[in-house]
Ligand binder design. Structure first.
Ligand code: HEM
Length: 69
């Protein structure tokens, strides 16, 4: 069972989720996960504290990785 949305194709899908760029959408979705909740999934499941537990470099690395998917 998948807890969250699959990541396959996320890099190309991310830019279509909102009017923001794919990178900005992914960045926001890590730091502020309830800003945009993917249809079909509940809000509040994503950890809400990545802004505190990850450095900006780590977040940017995650965004770069997800853009490559
Ligand atoms: C470093 C770890 C994580 C990253 C980088 C991450 C990133 C993301 C991103 C980018 C989305 C939006 C996906 C899309 O638009 O298709 C998302 C959604 C989601 N994630 Fe995570 N996630 C992480 C950890 C987790 C964990 C640990 C859980 C649950 C145990 C989780 C549960 C969810 C759920 C349920 C959604 C869909 C609802 C929503 O949009 O908030 N994530 N995640």
């Amino acid at each position: 069972m998948l807890v969250g949305p699959g990541m396959a194709g996320l890099g190309s899908r991310a830019g279509e989720r909102t009017s923001a760029s794919a990178a900005d959408y992914l960045h926001e979705s890590i730091l502020n996960p309830n800003a945009h909740v993917v249809e079909g999934y509940p809000a509040g499941v994503m950890p809400q504290n990545y802004a505190d537990s990850l450095t900006e470099d780590q977040i940017n690395d995650l965004v770069a990785y997800m853009l490559s998917l």
